[in-house]
Design a protein around this ligand. Sequence first.
Ligand code: DX5
Ligand code: ZN
Length: 216
Amino acid sequence: MTKIAPSILSADFAKLGQDITEVEQGGADYIHVDVMDGHFVPNITIGPLVVDAIRPLTKLPLDVHLMIENPDQYIPSFVKAGADIISVHVEACPHLHRTVHMIKELGVKAGVVLNPATPVDTIKHVIEEVDLVLLMTVNPGFGGQSFIHSVLPKVKEVKELVDAVGKEIDIEIDGGVNPETAKLCVEAGANVLVAGSAIYGKQDRKKAIESIRQTR
Ligand code: DX5
Ligand code: ZN
């Protein structure tokens, strides 16, 4: 079954604990945490302190999406704070293989992220090492943007790459996911869907999660 990862970027930060409990009770599979540094992306969000604060509030894996420059410098702090999965952008990692290994050696799962314009070829030589591939379907930086349809062929490409490796590797989509675009992502081969505004913009989080989840 498709996993749903609500992005707390669209939650109410004044009642973050409650907003996390609601999606956990609503059937979420991961909690997606968007970390932005104002350099790699034009926005600043949260850091290890917030990850540390939410860690005791949920049993769900914390899926930490680092949209930051020089991620190697901060990865140990996020692991210490309680991250379960740490994903880094290939565009921010000149030594991607080294960074992926660093994450795994610290005992958490490693993901690699591609911006919409970054080709799948860039992860070909690390695919055997990763637990997750995250494809951006918006330009990262903000919640509530429109889904970029031209990324869909890349989902298929990643699916082929993952199938060829024959390991369990999550294919996650992030940006503009709603019940309509979710269907296209799952058809293309994705099995984890991040959704911010399509879940936190709705009063009934359980219903929102169910309407995004697609079964095949
Ligand atoms: C975008 C973030 C996303 C964002 C998704 O830079 O990485 O995780 O929160 O928000 P929606 O689902 O509203 O596009
Ligand atoms: Zn994200």
